[in-house]
Design a protein around this ligand. Structure first.
Ligand code: TPP
Ligand code: MG
Length: 656
């Protein structure tokens, strides 16, 4: 049997060697946490290296993503097929699996993308929430695992950690175990230059169980992790470590954080740790013991597969764990809902229309898990019969996230990554800024999260400019792989929900109004017209002078302008553009057809112009906001800022 020390040293030297070869990277953290990771992976983590996607595996999150060589070394040593030694030798090179920071979807075994400190630990909270929910609803024979996190000082200093920790403590997520790399070092040097708080007290105050342990003592680590398994609360284990452990001249210093140790110091470390092997060479017997750790979970996996195969609902459970949504079933529901809406043609705020769509969708799809950041009544995310998810109620599907937008969005990423649930949740659009880093990471990871962001313009009225987004739509549209939907009526809202649910690799934002809007789509939704992003909502039979392009609440203004202009014999078409990203994805021919070729264009959106030139050209007219809004009744604000059908008519007439 290889000693613990040799197993851990294999991680240390692979990390040092890879960082040295790349001449870039972070050796200190993997060297410091090698003992902790060795105990976790050889004795506790439930995983099967040959089956990285086994749904009942423990989740391991390397929140301190800068220490990426730690996970790459572990994946290699435990026998993940894709993580060959060549990949380690090509650390941080173009096309290698061993990207600078661990990226979800890029390499099997990486459960979430990390690097922006604080995101990993907060994403892990969502994974533990999904696990608790599935265990409560599908049974422990289907879902029964832990979520383990390695977090650094930086993870715990980031504000998002406060939201994540207090949410996890409140929810009593006792399957969540955080191993804190308590090395008292960050980039600027001693942690004490910036942080003197007591983390253990902080976690305890949030309802966690805590312990302190020597992070280089495998026996103590094993005891602490064993104790964690029987906790009734989430667990923090403060692992006191030395960054760069083993390096005779640099251990314990910030110099090991983010640069290669240098050939001479690596040689000295080989001597100090009694590791006489060449770079990237790990003796066979050490590899064999690591591989044994990698197949420790194979039997548990086989047992789980056998248990599942015996169940009569086997196929349905697999679909559920894979977060599958039946598109035909969804279409039937949306079509019927839209037909009913078109019959009544109600004037609803789009947030209300979204609530109405959810009344149909939530009962039909068990995997939908809703919530809100303390704005449930305003964002219409809770439908009849939904109850609060929480300790003693993990079977419920509505999460009261509290005023924790950032933690909420990160948890939603974690739920989506875990699988088995599709998370949606709401807050005000202006507070997208409070969750943007998690949304951006979700977009990068290609997860399906649905953000219901309401009160989406000056149309919210009296709450004033602090609450009135003007630049937010443009800023969200700037994030790659986010679909920003701004539907105009109950039919478009339902269509956008359908599109969001059918986009397993794309986060969606639904930008919705507080104020009521006129009904538009009298055709219902025999086909999803929003699917192409923009379409001619209302053509004209008059000689055509211009094209009006509007989104959401401003579609009504465009329609009113069209009617007024028609009285004067002037023809304009109205294009509704509920999703510019989907419109961008259409053929040039379709875009040209919708936008009327060379006809002059006028866009109307109660937000800033930024980004609209793509569609209206620099010579196009934009009717919207030029700066921040103001406090007052919304009708007065629309008049004050000149976003009216009269202004649209005047702009058309001014075309000469
Ligand atoms: C949000 C965010 N801010 C800044 C950074 C840059 N950064 C990377 S690691 C780090 C802090 C290093 O200290 P610690 O977290 O204790 O890691 P250690 O040096 O102990 O490995 C910083 C500021 C980052 N990755 N994410
Ligand atoms: Mg540190």
């Amino acid at each position: 049997m290889t000693s613990h020390t040799d197993l851990a040293n294999a991680i240390r030297f692979l990390s040092m060697d890879a960082v040295q070869a790349a001449n870039s990277g972070h050796p200190g953290m993997p060297m410091g946490m090698a003992d902790v990771a060795t105990v976790l992976f050889t004795k506790f983590l439930k995983f099967d290296a040959k089956a990285p996607n086994w749904q009942d595996r423990d989740r391991f999150v390397l929140s301190a993503g800068h220490g990426s060589m730690l996970i790459y070394a572990l994946l290699h040593l435990t026998g993940y097929e894709a993580m060959t030694m060549d990949q380690l030798k090509n650390f941080r090179q173009m096309g290698a699996l061993t990207a600078g920071h661990p990226e979800y979807g890029h390499v099997p075994g990486v459960e979430t993308t990390t690097g922006p400190l604080g995101q990993g630990i907060s994403t892990a909270v969502g994974m533990a929430m999904a696990e608790a929910h599935l265990r409560a609803t599908l049974g422990a024979d289907v879902c029964d695992h832990h979520t383990w996190v390695i977090a650094s000082d930086g993870d715990l200093m980031e504000g998002i950690s406060h939201e994540a920790i207090s949410l996890a403590g409140h929810l009593r997520l006792n399957r969540l175990i955080v191993l804190w790399d308590d090395n008292e070092i960050s980039i600027d040097g001693a942690l004490s230059v910036a942080e003197t708080g007591d983390q253990l007290q902080r976690f305890e105050a949030a309802g966690w169980q805590t312990s302190r342990v020597d992070g280089h003592n495998p026996i103590a680590l094993e005891a602490a992790m064993t104790a964690a398994l029987s906790s009734d609360r989430p667990v923090l284990i403060a692992c006191r470590t030395q960054i760069g452990f083993g390096s005779p001249n640099l251990a314990g210093t910030a110099k090991t954080h983010g640069s290669p140790l240098g050939a001479a110091e690596i040689e000295a470390t080989r001597k100090a740790l009694n590791w006489p092997h060449a770079p990237f060479v790990v003796p066979d017997e050490i590899v064999a013991d690591w591989r044994a750790a990698g197949s420790r979970g194979a039997k548990a996996n086989a047992d789980w597969q056998a248990r599942l195969a015996k169940r009569s609902d086997h196929a349905a459970i697999q679909d559920r764990l894979n977060s599958k949504i039946d598109p035909a079933h969804l279409r039937t529901l949306i079509e019927a809902h839209c037909a009913a809406m078109a019959d009544k043609a109600p004037s609803l705020a789009t947030r209300e229309s979204s609530g109405a769509a959810l009344e149909v969708l939530v009962p039909a799809f068990d995997l939908l898990m809703g919530g809100s950041a303390d704005l449930t009544g305003s964002v219409n995310t809770k439908v009849a019969g939904m109850k609060g998810f929480g300790a003693n109620a993990y079977q419920e599907r509505y999460v009261h996230y509290g005023v924790r937008e950032h933690g909420m969005a990160a948890a939603m990423n974690g739920m989506a990554l875990h699988g088995g649930v599709v998370p949606y949740s709401g807050t005000f659009l202006v507070f997208a800024d409070y969750l943007r880093p998690a949304l951006r990471l979700g977009a990068l990871m290609e997860v399906r999260t649905i953000h219901v962001l309401t009160h989406d313009s000056i149309g919210l009225g009296e709450d004033g400019p602090t609450h009135q987004p003007v630049e937010t739509l443009a800023s969200l549209r700037a994030i790659p792989n986010v679909n920003v939907f701004r539907p105009c009526d109950p039919v478009e809202v339902a269509e956008c929900w359908e599109l969001a649910l059918l986009a397993p690799k794309t986060p969606s934002v639904l930008s919705l109004t507080r104020q009521k809007l006129a009904f538009q789509r009298k055709d219902g939704s025999p086909i999803n017209r929003s699917a192409q992003g923009a379409y001619v909502l209302s053509p004209t039979s008059l000689p055509e002078k211009a094209v009006l392009i509007a989104t959401g609440s401003e579609v009504e203004i465009a329609m009113n302008a069209q009617a007024k202009l028609a009285e004067a014999g002037i023809g304009v078409r109205v294009v509704s553009a509920p999703c510019l990203e989907l419109f961008e994805a259409q053929t040039g021919a379709y875009q040209n057809e919708v936008l009327g070729g060379d006809l002059p264009k006028i866009a109307i959106e109660a937000a800033v112009r930024y980004g609209w030139d793509r569609w209206i050209g620099p010579a196009g007219t934009f009717i919207g906001m030029k700066g921040f809004g103001a406090s007052g009744p919304y009708q007065a604000l629309y008049a004050h800022f000149g976003i009216t059908s009269e202004a649209v008519c005047a702009a058309v007439e001014a075309l000469g």
